[in-house]
Design a protein around this ligand. Structure first.
Ligand SMILES: Nc1nc2c(ncn2[C@@H]2O[C@H](COP(=O)(O)OP(=O)(O)O)[C@@H](O)[C@H]2O)c(=O)[nH]1
Ligand SMILES: [Mg+2]
Length: 578
């Protein structure tokens, strides 16, 4: 690959060879080119046959499927020389497991509400298809009864390089599937739609049913002629396992495989090229800056150079100090805005929902007051848990979006600011060493990539209102007491969940902002370090060498030329891909 050559060229430049940090960064990019995987994510509501479809692609029962249990965990299938399964836990620990143990971790029935705290499961498998660094990701069902399942699916979409969205003719597309699709609209270009389980649809009805799905989804997302493939994952899997050509043909699986191959062949390279080119440009900018400083430094008298180094160091200290003060102020502002917003929103939510729930509770109690105390308490548990879930699930999604929006505006202020400081450092060196810089050697484009992920625990409403004391009271008394306790409990539970939500959101905001700022500070630091090294090199060379000035200057010039050519090609590559 072209870019690969560019990187080796850059690595062979004298100035880079002497700089471990630059070498490291370039090696990281090289590795990325070699190794980075293409992620294909399989999406859809639970029980639409996502897992079966993945198994069909491989022709064996790689992942557990079933009529009842739902996959609750992300499972990544990727290439390995032999089969190996690794469970990764949320706390960072890992465990190798056997194939038969897989269901213990990835199904809702054996790992309910992800009790085992699994982050993801990685299944390595020696398949030709995967050999090209392709990873297939099985997601939990969208619109699942378990909120954490849906979150997981949502999180993965933007990260993936392409997706397969699985629906069925029967049951038809649901509201939650449509909702999900609307929310991932921007990524639709990379999604293949599959209508699975056609073996359950009479042949004469198939076309109509496909058109119907296409129309419903197309309307929901505002697109016509979505790429839709009709197939039967089950037939495909059986056909492959039994080596039954007729079944395989009837399954329609080959159409999907063809589309996938096409996407993988064209897309994979493009995506990779583009992202590496993007990351390479700022590195080139940095090297160019160092070359310019180095060349000029070499041309000065030692006295002059020492003097300039001195000025540079002093001025940079001042800039850094200023940046630190600024960071501090901005961080405080960010926290204040977010915190205030959170407090306001949570207060509003609490007030509104508590009143509403208490009103609903009256109706609930009337309906259930004939039951005995134990049953009444039980159904109250169900009633309250459901209500709490509904309130906080919806609210959290909205609030998350809102916080994310405010946060990105704050974050972009950080970026602008860092840019300004970086610019000052560059201007400073450009003035001291009298050269012009054509490109700002920073890549602040990852401003959009801020990590702002939320993962809440599942709601636990553990009430136990029906205590031994209450149970011994006569019914009219116990019910009166229960009524009062239940009302109190509603208020308490809403309050508790509000408090937890606030704490959680707040913590994550602070962490996101901090992480981001550190990243930005790192960029500035690196540029400063680069310039300093270049200046010092210049000084050393002057002190040591008998003035072979011309040779050294020429070498600098030559390196600058090479970089400038590579830079042009990269810009070309990026603009062609886009
Ligand atoms: N008839 C039929 N059943 C299928 C097909 N694909 C999957 N199923 C069944 O649908 C159920 C759910 O499949 P699964 O792959 O676990 O769905 P997931 O929850 O989307 O991963 C299982 O009982 C499968 O055997 C198909 O093409 N035809
Ligand atoms: Mg599944």
């Amino acid at each position: 690959m072209e870019i690969q050559n560019f990187i080796s060229r850059i690595k062979s430049l004298l100035i880079v060879k002497q700089n471990d940090l630059l070498l490291q960064r370039l090696t990281v990019l090289e590795k990325k080119l070699e190794r980075e995987s293409f992620q294909l994510v399989v999406l859809g509501q639970f029980k639409r046959g996502k897992t079966t479809l993945i198994n069909a692609l491989f022709g064996e029962n790689l992942l557990p499927t079933s009529i009842i249990p739902l996959t609750s965990i992300i499972t990544i299938v990727k290439y390995g020389q032999e089969e190996k399964i690794t469970v990764k836990f949320l706390d960072g620990k890992e465990r190798k497991i056997k194939h038969i143990e897989l269901a213990d971790y990835v199904t809702e029935s054996r790992n309910p509400k992800n009790q085992k705290q699994v982050e993801e499961v990685v299944l390595e498998f020696p398949s030709e298809f995967l050999k090209n660094n392709i990873e297939i990701i099985d997601t939990p069902g969208v619109g699942s009864v378990y909120k954490h399942n849906t979150d997981v699916a949502y999180e993965f979409v933007p990260k993936a390089d392409a997706g397969i969205f699985v629906v069925t003719a029967d049951p038809p597309i649901s509201e939650s599937e449509l909702q999900f699709l609307k929310s991932i609209k921007d990524y639709l270009a990379k999604i293949i739609f599959v209508q699975n389980k056609i073996d359950q649809v009479e042949e004469k009805d198939r076309q109509e049913s496909l058109e119907f799905s296409r129309k419903v989804i197309g309307e929901a997302v505002g697109k016509q002629n979505l790429h839709f493939i009709q197939l039967s994952a089950k037939l495909g899997l059986d056909g492959k396992k039994e080596r039954n050509k007729d079944k395989l043909k009837a399954s329609g699986l080959d159409e999907l495989e063809d589309s996938l191959n096409q996407i993988l062949l064209t897309k994979k390279e493009q995506v990779l090229k583009q992202s590496v080119a993007h990351k390479l440009l700022p590195i080139i900018g940095e090297i160019e800056l160092q070359l310019q400083v180095g060349r000029k430094a070499f041309q000065m008298s030692i006295e002059e150079l020492r003097n300039k180094i001195d000025i540079f160091n002093k001025e940079v200290e001042r800039i850094k100090q200023e940046k630190e003060d600024n960071n501090y102020i901005l961080q405080g502002q960010a926290e204040k805005i977010i915190n205030q917003m959170l407090i306001d929103d949570i207060d509003t939510l609490k007030e509104k929902e508590t009143a509403k729930v208490l009103k609903n509770f009256e109706a609930f109690f009337k309906e259930n007051e004939n039951r005995n105390g134990q049953e009444l308490s039980k159904s109250f548990d169900v009633f309250l848990e459901k209500i709490i879930k509904t309130i906080f699930t919806g609210w959290r999604q909205e609030e998350e979006q809102k916080l994310q929006n405010s946060l990105s505006s704050i974050i972009s202020r950080f970026s602008v600011q860092t840019n300004q400081f970086t610019q000052r450092v560059i201007d400073l060196s450009a003035t001291l060493f009298s050269f012009k810089m054509k490109r700002l050697p920073t890549d602040l484009s990852f401003a959009q990539e801020i990590e702002f992920k939320f993962s809440f625990d599942e709601y636990q409403v553990d009430l136990d209102l029906y205590t031994p004391v209450v149970s011994r009271l006569p019914k009219f008394l116990s019910h009166k007491l229960l009524y009062k306790n239940m009302r109190d409990k509603i208020i308490q539970e809403i309050d508790k969940h509000c408090g937890r939500s606030r704490f959680d959101f707040h913590q994550r905001v602070v962490k996101s902002v901090n992480d981001y700022q550190n990243k930005l500070d790192g960029i500035l630091e690196e540029i400063i370090r680069g310039i300093k090294t270049a200046m010092e090199k210049g000084l050393q060379q002057q002190e040591r060498t008998i003035k072979r000035e011309k040779g050294i200057s020429e070498s600098y010039r030559e390196q600058e030329m090479i970089l400038s050519q590579i830079e042009d090609s990269l810009v070309d590559i990026i603009s062609h891909i886009n």
